[in-house]
Design a protein around this ligand. Structure first.
Ligand SMILES: Nc1ncnc2c1ncn2[C@@H]1O[C@H](COP(=O)(O)OP(=O)(O)OP(=O)(O)O)[C@@H](O)[C@H]1O
Ligand SMILES: Cc1ncc(CO)c(N)n1
Length: 267
């Protein structure tokens, strides 16, 4: 039987299984979306942090994307950890060459434990080569500060940054309010070029939050692959992350991952 709900993630591997490619493929599967992947970097990582990062040769990254798109019809794509300028340029060029649409760019910059997941020199390239091709760009507050050159302390600051990031060329901007322990946890700002919409959920009190950002952008991508409109895709993805946080997994000695099993565990 023909099956067309197919998504692609271009991201790094998290050996601990909480973020990156592993989070993306689980999220796709729990949306009934077939996941394909092009791995950009390998991280030696667990719930305590990132111990090592090794990038994949850009020719091999290109070859992974080419192998997928010349055979399989991809409905939506996300990018995660891209690490350096060479990879960003290679991936941006592939997205253009293969006319990959419905692109969600998660501009991953640092891990939750503060390890750099991108070269500082690569940020300019992210702004000029990749973000202009995005349907939706999903920075967290820290990434939004870097992309907009604004300090973000409040909801008003998030709204101002969203407008600046929109001007980089993405069709829609979603600034996420997780990460820091304050009253903006779970509060995200959506900007469509005209209006700002504040998306709010209850704050989930859990220590185990590893992979929230990857899971959110993957759920948005899955919803786009299912044919949903961008705003609906984002709202439903946010519900998915809220549930994944409610059912996060107490695994390892540090910050455990969000859980994807809630559709199976719920009474
Ligand atoms: N404690 C929380 N309660 C409810 N929602 C949360 C909480 N923490 C994060 N979120 C939501 O999770 C989503 C991801 O946001 P977050 O800012 O954590 O991403 P991130 O920093 O990119 O994640 P990562 O740590 O994976 O890099 C957003 O929709 C945010 O509002
Ligand atoms: C591979 C990878 N991608 C993204 C993140 C951000 O959470 C991470 N920690 N590891």
């Amino acid at each position: 039987m023909g099956f067309s709900n197919i998504a692609l993630t271009i991201a790094g591997s998290d050996s601990g299984g909480g973020a990156g490619i592993q989070a993306d493929l689980k999220t796709f599967a729990f949306h009934c979306v077939h996941g394909t992947s092009a791995i950009t970097c390998i991280t030696a990582q667990n719930t305590l942090g990132v111990n090592q990062v090794k990038k994949i040769n850009s020719d091999l990254i290109k070859a992974q994307i080419e192998a997928i798109v010349t055979d399989i019809n991809i409905k939506a794509v996300k990018t995660g950890m891209l690490f350096d300028e060479e990879i960003i340029i290679a991936v941006s060029q592939q997205i253009k060459q293969w006319k990959l649409s419905q692109l969600v760019v998660d501009p991953v910059m640092v891990s939750r434990t503060g390890v750099k997941l991108i070269d500082e020199g690569a940020i300019a390239s992210l702004k000029t080569n990749l973000i202009p091709q995005a349907l939706i760009v999903t920075p967290n507050r820290y990434e939004a500060q870097i992309l907009s050159n604004l300090s973000i302390f409040s909801l008003e600051d998030m709204k101002k940054a969203a407008q600046i990031i929109y001007n980089l060329g993405a069709k829609f901007v979603l600034i996420k309010g997780g990460g820091m322990k304050d009253n903006l946890q779970g509060v995200d700002v959506w900007f469509d070029g005209k209006n700002c919409e504040v998306l709010t959920t209850e704050t989930i009190k859990t220590k185990h939050t590893h992979g929230t950002g990857c899971t959110l952008s993957a759920a948005i991508t899955a919803n786009l692959a299912l044919g949903k409109d961008p705003f609906i895709a984002v709202k439903q993805a946010k519900d998915y992350v809220t549930n994944a946080l409610k059912y996060s997994l107490e695994i390892g000695k540090g910050t455990g991952p969000v859980g994807h099993f809630f559709p199976l565990l719920k009474p």
